[in-house]
Design a protein around this ligand. Structure first.
Ligand code: G3P
Length: 218
């Protein structure tokens, strides 16, 4: 399973890369706005820092504007993936970009029907938002299960990128279901490492050895 960081914070990205667990980055307008920086330069800077795919989202909603922004994003660097909203216009542009060999990430997916359309359009990634579905009392993971099944039934190449991840169990459940990617906030990446028994076990090992009064070398 690939892990992407869902952030536009360069410090978080540097730390995640240093830990060796970050395969790519997803951004969205809200995440870039939080950084208080300019839009395109931020995507460019992230793409320079990260060897893997970096999703940058279009802001336009009309076909011409969307295509123009998609090309400007794709021109920033080879690893930029153009993020498009799930709408008739978004999927039309996704199909056009697929013909041009430009990778796309179709975002704001909340149903298996939408995911099926994105695969038919030739999207590289589909981003179902599990946390936001859970928030309104629907099961995000049920949606992942449906999409994985549908894509397997028809051998679609579109990768299932689980987004709106809120806690480690979202990641584990997505992995059990065979999702290709989980994009996680930095906080969730850090939580994945943690278990109280690991901390307690390490404390006990070190304390037991310290009692002997010996060092590593003797
Ligand atoms: O990148 C989009 C997605 O992951 C947003 O997550 O927590 O705002 O629902 P959230």
């Amino acid at each position: 399973m690939k892990f992407f960081l869902d952030t536009a914070d360069l410090d978080e990205i540097r730390t995640g890369l240093d830990w060796g667990m970050v395969d790519g980055i997803t951004t969205n307008p809200s995440l870039i706005a939080q950084q208080g920086k300019s839009y395109l330069p931020t995507v460019r800077e992230i793409a320079r820092l990260v060897p893997g795919p970096v999703s940058g989202e279009v802001l336009a909603t009309d076909p011409e504007g969307m295509l123009d922004e998609a090309h400007r994003l794709a021109d920033l660097a080879d690893n930029v993936v153009v993020k498009l909203p799930l709408s008739p216009v978004g999927l039309k542009i996704a199909a056009q970009l697929a013909d041009e060999d430009i990778e796309t990430n179709v975002t704001l997916c909340f149903s298996a029907a939408q995911a099926l359309l994105a695969a038919k359009a030739g999207a590289t990634y589909i981003s179902p938002f599990v946390g936001r579905l859970d928030d309104v009392g629907q099961s995000g993971m049920e949606l992942i299960e449906q999409i994985v099944t549908v894509y397997e039934n028809y051998d679609y190449d579109t990768e299932v990128l689980v987004a709106s991840v809120r806690h480690p169990m979202h990641v584990v459940e997505a992995a059990i279901l065979g999702a290709d990617v989980a994009t996680v906030p930095f906080k969730v990446l850090a939580q994945l490492y943690k278990h109280p028994l690991t901390d307690a076990g390490l404390d006990r090992f070190l304390a037991d050895w310290q009692k002997t009064g010996r060092s590593f070398d003797d």
